[in-house]
Ligand binder design. Structure first.
Ligand SMILES: [Zn+2]
Length: 265
């Protein structure tokens, strides 16, 4: 219930959760607790609404990490970016009305959530970076692991391995986004900061473990070849609306300065 990652069907709850026990997450303060999709649906439902020009799919009330997925509509097929745990008929019907989903792509293991349920319901493969293969808690033949630094999709869209928070941490470049100025969808591989004019990078968000300077510089360099004016972050309205490429560059520089004791006071 803390990370929202689904495990395979079993008669008894799993003994432990690898995702929660990793230092990039945490076990809930009252101990590990489990639920089922049926139980979750009793008091949770999907919330579908616009988020800066994209259709967002979230959970009401918020559940686990609280991220929302985004549907990127594109002429040759739509991408469901990131994923959530609760899935219901209303969400599946909404996706179908908007043209269905050609593939689900997920930034990193914290958002693997109930990806297999979504994949089955939408009849769409799941694209995950192979470096995080061992974090798949519910294996399924619908999962396709891709390798390397980039994977081209269609209509100019590209999955980029940002790494950092997770070795296979992935960002989606959507060139048609922001009215053709381009957009990045980043999950928390590039984390949109609270002021929404800056971004940040962490190894562990809940436990406040930063990334090494060289890793932050490497992420910024991996994204530099792509044109984008917007960054869509992991939660509702957590987006850099304009000049996102400049924001990313300034933010990487600021982060490295902070690590090397050059913060302004
Ligand atoms: Zn995360």
């Amino acid at each position: 219930m803390t990370c929202g990652v689904q495990y395979p069907p079993s008669t008894d709850p799993p003994a432990r959760c690898d995702v929660c026990e990793d230092e990039r997450q945490y076990v809930g303060w009252s101990g590990q607790r489990w639920t089922t999709l049926d139980d979750l649906r009793v008091d949770h439902e999907t919330e579908i609404r616009d988020d800066l020009g994209l259709t967002g799919i979230g959970t009401r009330p918020s559940f686990a990490i609280g991220q929302r997925a985004l549907l990127v509509t594109s002429p040759s097929g739509n991408v469901l970016w990131d994923c959530i745990t609760v899935i219901d008929d209303a969400a599946v019907e909404a996706m179908r009305r908007l043209g269905g989903v050609r593939a689900i792509a997920i930034s990193h293991p914290h958002y693997y959530s109930a990806m297999v349920e979504w994949s089955k319901a939408l009849d769409a493969p799941i694209l995950l970076h192979a470096a995080d293969r061992h974090w798949v808690m519910r294996p399924d033949p619908r999962i396709e692991h891709w390798k390397g630094e980039t994977k081209e999709l269609w209509d100019g869209m590209t999955l980029i391995r940002g790494g950092g928070h997770f070795e296979g941490g992935t960002v989606l470049h959507w060139p048609a986004g922001a009215d053709g100025r381009g957009a990045l969808l980043t999950g928390d591989i590039v984390q949109v900061a609270q002021d929404r004019r800056w971004v940040s990078f962490m190894y562990s968000f809940p436990n406040y473990i930063p990334l090494p300077a060289g890793e932050v510089e490497r992420i910024a360099a991996a994204l530099e070849p792509f044109e984008f004016d917007r960054i869509y972050g992991a939660w509702w309205d957590r987006n850099v609306t304009e000049d996102a490429k400049g924001a990313l560059r300034r933010s990487a520089d600021r982060y490295v300065r902070a690590l090397t004791a050059q913060l302004e006071q």
